[in-house]
Design a protein around this ligand. Structure first.
Ligand code: NAD
Length: 475
């Protein structure tokens, strides 16, 4: 049984009623899984009114009450992980172990927000005269509108929902129409955990129409988006025109720097496995590989050999290590990247093709000898394709790492403390991972710089985007 798809407005699950629907399909088998109802304008108005009404009481709720609900959601996530994970594999395609892992790690996100929301503090500032008192209060910003993508449908949504609700805000969430079951599961968990009606609302529809309608509404005070850079820029400019706060978690093009003093075989193996996680559809996926010329051949051999062993298949098959791409449109996009690489003299040393089988499968692909201006070296492939190039000079490779407008994540492999320090100081990105992959934990901030976004999710920063500062003084 697949998840029952519905809108969730003012504490009610709503479907049918002659609403337009989208067909949801399994990207591995092309089977139809269900019908997703689109919100009408009246539904959006109802969600806005419910979120505005609920804010009037939720803003005054005690942090203990918020914390209790978030903890309950953490507990329900653990209890329901297998069932939610199976549905996510059905509509998104990733291997079941990755789906279940995503939900279990999000249970920790709920717990983290449950703890941190009890620690939203203001401060007292010493006055110039003794009879004056000066205080800084931090208050919830208001009704939030959030838009989350299809690659980590559970993770991207629950982080925004926990941060908004923990801060005392209410939220209208539009999840990914391609893989909606995880967001439905989130709505059911908050409902079952006793969240008052209207604090969380879930809507579906044509993304640009829903976002335009919600962002223009005077009821919405904050916009949070995870997705591509062009869409993020569009939504941020719309929010700016209406003077609304934004959190933008956008795409990247993560550079990987492997130095000649690194543990090369280990780096090659780990990076190959990390590259095919979620079929490369990860905003922090290792993307441009700069390998020191002295160890280039050794790295290439280890990297390709590991990718050759990756079992590609239906995510429900327990042996599968890489599933299909999440939807049909991603396959021609991958082909375009490979065609452009070949035209510019690149060598495809592994894969390079869609798999000749039912479903949106593309093989793990390695391309070498590419110029810096090729599509693969400059645009986010968001798939299982890795371009490898050589470098010899540390300053030069750091310059190359910073040469694109993105700045989300980066990866450095070296056994020299000096090189690690130089690289982590020099690389312009929101996250630098040295000799391992350590981003996206609940207790650590996640976010990009430059075109990769505005603001952080997680860490002690997690509520910053959902709070406003008020100064109060009295005599
Ligand atoms: P896309 O840019 O059309 O959509 C990306 C996401 O944004 C989808 O979830 C979509 O529903 C949403 N979206 C698109 N237009 C919107 C709008 N006007 N208002 C609100 N939401 C909107 O591209 P796509 O084919 O779905 O995905 C491909 C690209 O998206 C990738 O190349 C990657 O750069 C980016 N992406 C990034 C992330 C991330 O985690 N940063 C996640 C998914 C996709």
């Amino acid at each position: 049984m697949y998840e029952t798809l519905a809108l969730y407005i003012d504490g009610e699950f709503i479907d049918g009623g002659g609403r337009k629907t989208d067909e949801i399909t399994n990207p591995a088998t092309l089977d139809v899984l269900g019908q997703l109802p689109h919100a009408t304008t009246a539904d959006l108005d109802r969600a806005l009114a419910a979120a505005a009404r609920a804010f009037e009481s939720w803003r005054h709720s005690s942090p203990m009450q918020r914390s209790e609900i978030l903890r309950k959601v953490g507990q329900l996530s653990r209890e329901r992980a297998q069932e939610i994970g199976r549905n996510m594999t059905l509509d998104q395609g990733k291997p079941l172990a990755e789906s279940v892992g995503e939900i279990m790690s999000c249970a920790d996100h709920a717990d983290w927000h449950a703890e941190e929301c009890r620690r939203i503090y203001g401060r007292v500032i010493l006055p110039r005269s003794p009879e004056v008192r000066q205080m800084v209060l931090r208050e919830p910003i208001g009704v939030c509108a959030a838009f989350t993508p299809w690659n980590f449908p559970y993770n991207q949504a629950i982080r925004k929902v926990c941060a908004a609700i923990g801060a005392g805000c209410t939220i209208i969430l539009k999840g990914p129409e391609d893989s909606p079951s995880a967001v439905m599961a989130i709505a059911r968990m908050f409902h079952d955990a006793g969240l008052p009606p209207g604090v969380l609302n879930v809507v579906w529809g044509v993304p640009s129409e829903v976002s335009d309608y919600l962002i223009r509404s005077p009821i919405v005070r904050k916009v949070s988006f995870t997705g591509s850079v062009p869409v993020g820029k569009h939504l941020a400019s719309l929010a700016g025109a209406h003077m609304k706060r934004v959190t933008m978690e956008l795409g990247g093009h993560s550079p990987v720097l492997v130095f000649d003093d690194a543990d090369v075989d280990r780096a090659a193996k780990q990076l190959a496995r990390f590259k095919v996680r979620n079929a490369g559809q990860v905003c922090v996926s290792p993307t441009r590989f700069y390998i020191h010329e002295k160890i280039y051949d050794q790295f290439l051999e280890g990297f390709v050999n590991t990718l050759k062993t990756v079992k590609v298949g239906d995510g429900l098959d327990p042996d599968t290590q890489m599933g299909p791409l999440a939807h049909e449109r991603r396959v021609p996009t991958m082909q375009k990247f490979v065609e452009n690489a070949v035209q510019l003299g690149g060598k495809v040393v592994l894969g390079g093709e869609a798999l000749d089988r039912k479903g949106h499968f593309f093989s793990p692909t390695v391309v070498t000898d590419l110029p810096e201006n090729s599509m693969l070296m400059t645009e986010e492939p968001f798939g299982p394709i890795a371009p490898l190039t050589r470098f010899s000079d540390t300053d030069d490779v750091i310059k190359k790492a910073n040469s694109l407008p993105f700045g989300l994540s980066s990866y450095v492999f070296t056994n020299s403390l000096q090189t690690a320090t130089k690289a982590s100081n020099g690389i312009e990105s929101g996250m630098v991972n040295i000799n391992h992959f350590g981003s996206a934990l609940p207790e650590t901030p996640f976010g990009g710089v430059k075109d990769s976004g505005i603001g952080s999710e997680g860490g002690t920063e997690t509520f910053d985007g959902y709070l406003v500062t008020k100064f109060v003084t009295h005599v």
